[in-house]
Design a protein around this ligand. Structure first.
Ligand code: G4P
Length: 528
């Protein structure tokens, strides 16, 4: 197949939701419809189960599973679909933010009875800021939930979206009978509810059908007609252009568990979702159709086997073809690397492939060359942008608990930081190391992994830091800046790149500093 055709057929996306809204179930059902699995239940959830928030053994177990579910690829109607896994657990939000740099679009799953939840709000905000095309799937219609219109209002107000329903539910909860598909202009009434298999449905092309009237009843039919009038009167007509520019979000309703409304979603998705998009680097915009290969690392996964310090670096291919055993340029290290067994992902399996295309994800075995955000090219010195670090929420000093293993501790910490597990700051005053994480769970993960993978022991010590701010200033000789460096000496640190960080102890301190030193810029992400 032609290179351009390969690009056009790819759809690389992520599913985002608050935990428990149905992301895993929907993913699995998409695989079922894509023929990649025969029965639901085959894909193991990599989510951290409720109540396991401080159980790091559980995390370790899940980590093994999550390699397999990091990328799930399948073919559907001559399209190659790559689903990138995004952890829903808030302690792993940064992982999800990074994965969002590698997707071309997203599906947002909302639980009909819960409406907009905390994680949905945060993740959608990131997608909105980056103008990522979004489709909304309102799930669990088999349960009693909010009125469809109230829910749509809620989504528009809380998530700042402009919605355009492309399907509408017929009934809800016990009375959920089917879907009016505004995209394909047909009506599906669901018959079987064997949760493991594709649902049987009868299809109608018009509401004026006697069998349909009899099946759903006169009242439901009238209600549906009224609702559809309201939809067409109140909501904007779907425009693919606006969807692709991130200015309009189509909405689908269904029940992932019962396989209702999933096919409608998938059939529309493959038609409207974007094929691989161009991506910005520090020098220029790179287009997927360019002949020369380029890509970037958005995720690193440590091996489960502590005897092999082998890691898998996930590279999103942005342009050109990626070929096995071909030397590529590692921009940060300025050296050529060759990969003899790049992995591609199919359903839940991975296998060695000879060639991959833009939109694809390849897993490269790595013994410590890669860091999240690294760029690989055919030779050009460019650096992909858009994988910033955010300020951590929790900060602790890390102390060596086994003086004989100091080297192992340093190595372990460095490698875990490269993987993006947490961020390391070094205090300028005395060189003490501070680890910052998004959730407290990571401290346990770090301690456990340092011991089991590197044979090093550490102790954490509390530290009162509210936020880390990246500092920049136009004139380093500025008197006020010099004063700031002196006054805040105790609170200054460097990150792994050597950038200056202010570890503020409260929101008030940041406010005061911003007022007192207007010539200094305080940034809350590392990319500015
Ligand atoms: P997540 O990945 O977003 O965290 O959610 P997940 O798919 O694991 O779904 C969370 C729970 O919601 C699961 O139940 C799942 O079966 C249920 N669920 C998903 N889709 C639907 C739906 O359309 N209707 C209904 N009624 N339930 C749905 P669980 O009891 O927590 O787990 P499990 O024992 O079923 O695995």
């Amino acid at each position: 197949m032609e290179f351009l055709e390969e690009i056009q057929k790819r759809r690389t996306f992520g599913i985002i939701s608050h935990p428990d809204a149905g992301k895993t179930t929907l993913t699995e059902k998409l695989l079922l419809y894509g023929g990649a699995i025969q029965e639901a239940g085959a894909v193991k959830s990599n989510k951290i189960k409720k109540g396991a928030t401080s159980d790091f053994m559980e995390i370790e177990r899940q980590r093994g599973i999550s390699v397999a579910t990091s990328v799930l690829a399948f073919n559907y109607q001559n399209k190659k679909i790559n689903i990138l896994d995004t952890p829903g657990h808030k302690d792993f939000a940064e992982d999800t933010f990074r994965t969002l740099t590698a997707v071309d679009s997203v599906i947002v799953v909302i639980d009909v009875s819960k409406g907009v939840e905390e994680q949905t709000e945060k993740l959608v905000e990131v997608c909105r800021m980056r103008k990522i095309p979004m489709i909304v799937f309102i799930n669990k219609l088999d349960r009693e939930g909010k009125d469809a219109f109230d829910l749509l209002d809620d989504l528009e107000i809380k998530l700042g979206l402009k919605l355009s329903p492309l399907s509408f539910p017929i009934g809800m909860g016990y009375n959920f009978k089917g879907i009016y598909n505004l995209w394909e202009k047909n009506i599906k009434i669901f018959e079987s509810s064997n949760k493991q298999k594709i649902a049987n449905a009868s299809e109608y092309n018009t509401l004026e059908n006697n069998v349909l009237k009899k099946t759903i009843g006169n009242t439901a039919l009238l209600e549906l007609k009224e609702s559809l009038e309201l939809v067409s009167g109140v909501y904007p007509k779907f425009s693919k252009k606006e969807y692709l520019s991130g200015d309009l979000q189509p909405v689908f309703f269904g029940s992932a568990l019962n396989n209702f409304g999933v096919q409608e979603l998938l059939d529309c998705f493959i038609e409207i979702a974007p094929s691989p998009l161009p991506k910005i680097t520090d020098k220029r915009l790179i287009h997927p159709e360019e002949k020369d290969f380029s890509g970037f690392v958005f995720k690193i996964h440590a091996n489960m086997d502590p005897n092999h310090r082998d890691r898998l670096a996930f590279v999103k291919i942005v342009s050109g073809e990626f070929k096995r055993n071909t030397p590529y340029f590692h921009v940060r290290h300025k050296k050529k690397l060759k990969f003899s067994s790049p992995n591609a992902f199919f359903a839940e399996k991975k296998k060695v492939v000879d060639i991959s295309y833009p939109g694809d994800i390849v897993g490269l075995h790595d013994t410590g060359n890669f860091k999240i955000g690294d760029t690989l090219t055919s030779g050009e010195e460019i650096q992909y942008k858009g994988i910033p670090n955010f300020s951590p929420e929790h900060f602790r000093f890390v102390n060596n608990a086994d003086p004989m293993k100091a080297k192992q501790l340093v190595k372990g910490i460095n490698q875990l930081m490269d993987e993006g597990v947490a961020q390391l700051f070094t205090l300028n005053l005395n060189g003490r190391k501070v680890i910052g994480t998004v959730g407290i769970l990571q401290f346990e993960v770090i301690q456990y992994r340092l011991e089991h993978e590197y044979g090093a022991k550490c102790r954490f010590e509390n530290l009162n830091v509210y936020k880390a701010c990246w500092i920049s200033v136009i004139d380093e000789e500025n008197k006020n800046y010099q004063e700031f460096l002196k006054v805040k000496k105790k609170f200054l640190a460097s990150d792994k790149k050597g950038q200056l960080i202010y570890l503020a102890d409260s929101a008030f301190s940041i406010q005061m500093a911003q007022q007192k030193y207007p010539e200094i810029n305080f940034h809350f992400t590392s990319e500015f």
